[in-house]
Design a protein around this ligand. Structure first.
Ligand SMILES: Nc1ncnc2c1ncn2[C@@H]1O[C@H](COP(=O)(O)OP(=O)(O)OP(=O)(O)O)[C@@H](O)[C@H]1O
Ligand SMILES: [Mg+2]
Length: 244
C-alpha cells in the first residue's frame, strides 16, 4: 500500500483539552477514506491536521513520506498545489467577489495562465458544479448550499491530486448533492486521493473505500468497504456511529 498522507502519533490541544490524541493513520494513495463519528469527536480537526492547515502539538504529518512541518518553501508550494480543501463552513473570503475567490488559486499556482484561460476554467468548473448565479457578488449573497457549491468549485480549480472534503454536500438539496457525489466519483476514477467527512451513510456506500470511526479524538475503528457491504450488522453499526 502506498500512502498519500500519514498521521503519526498526532495530538492536538485546544482550550486546555486534548482534542486529538495519539492519532496514527496512513491514508492510502488513490483511495477515498471517510472519517465518521459523532459531533465534536474531532473529525474536522483531524482533516485540518492531515491537510497541514493546523500544526500538531505532538507527532508528525507526512505527505508522500515528507514531514509537512519540515518542508522547504518550494516543496510546500508544490504540496499546496496538489491539495485542496472544502471546509465545513465553506470559508469563502468575505470581502472578495466569487470570481476573485475562484481566480485566486489559479493566480497563485499558475501565474503564467492567461486571463482568458482563467475565465474559461472558472466557467467550466462553475457549470459542472451547477452554480448558476452571478459571480460578481460576494459570499454573503449566497445560501449555505450555494456557498458549498462555490467552495467545491474553488477546490477543483487547480485539479488537485488530494482532496479534503468536510461535509461538502451539507445544506444542498438532493439533486445538487447527487451532482457533487457524481463528480467526486469521477475524480476517484481518475485516481484522486480523497479524505472526506460525512454523516451520510449513502455517501459512505457510494464513495468510501475505507471508513475510520473517530471517537474522542482517537481512531476507534477502521473498516473497509468490503467489510461494511458484506455485513449488515456492521453497516448498521457504522450508521449509528455517525449519529450526531
Ligand atoms: N481551535 C480550536 N479551539 C477550540 N476548540 C477547538 C478547536 N479545534 C477544535 N476544537 C474542539 O475540538 C472538538 C472537536 O472539534 P471538531 O470540529 O474536530 O469536531 P467534529 O467531529 O468535526 O464535529 P462536527 O461533526 O460537529 O463537525 C470540539 O469540541 C471543538 O470545540
Ligand atoms: Mg466537523
Amino acid at each position: 500500500m502506498s500512502c498519500v498522507v500519514e498521521l503519526k502519533d498526532v495530538s492536538f490541544w485546544a482550550q486546555g483539552r486534548r482534542r486529538v490524541r495519539d492519532f496514527s493513520f496512513p491514508f492510502e494513495e488513490g483511495k477515498t477514506t471517510a472519517l465518521i463519528g459523532p459531533s465534536g469527536s474531532g473529525k474536522s480537526t483531524v482533516l485540518k491536521l492531515a491537510a497541514g492547515l493546523v500544526s500538531p502539538d505532538n507527532g508528525e504529518v507526512m505527505f508522500r513520506g515528507r514531514d509537512i512541518a519540515r518542508m522547504g518553501r518550494q516543496e510546500n508550494i508544490l504540496f499546496r498545489r496538489e491539495t485542496a480543501v472544502v471546509f465545513q463552513d465553506s470559508a469563502l473570503w468575505e470581502n472578495q467577489s466569487l470570481f476573485q475567490i475562484l481566480e485566486l488559486p489559479l493566480r497563485m499556482h499558475f501565474p503564467a495562465m492567461s486571463k482568458a484561460d482563467r475565465e474559461k476554467r472558472i466557467e467550466s468548473v462553475v457549470t459542472e458544479v451547477g452554480y448558476k448565479k452571478d459571480l460578481g457578488i460576494r459570499p454573503a449573497g449566497l445560501s449555505m448550499g450555494e456557498q458549498k457549491l462555490v467552495a467545491f468549485a474553488r477546490a477543483l480549480m487547480c485539479r488537485p491530486g488530494l482532496l479534503y472534503l468536510d461535509e461538502w454536500t451539507e445544506s444542498l438539496d438532493h439533486s445538487a448533492a447527487q451532482r457533487l457525489i457524481d463528480m467526486v466519483q469521477k475524480l476517484k476514477d481518475k485516481g484522486v486521493s480523497i479524505i472526506l467527512v460525512t454523516h451520510d451513510i449513502q455517501i459512505i456506500r457510494d464513495l468510501a473505500d475505507i471508513v475510520v470511526m473517530i471517537l474522542g479524538g482517537q481512531v476507534f475503528l477502521r473498516l473497509t468497504k468490503e467489510q461494511i457491504d458484506g455485513d449488515e450488522d456492521l453497516g448498521r453499526y457504522v450508521e449509528r456511529g455517525m449519529a450526531t
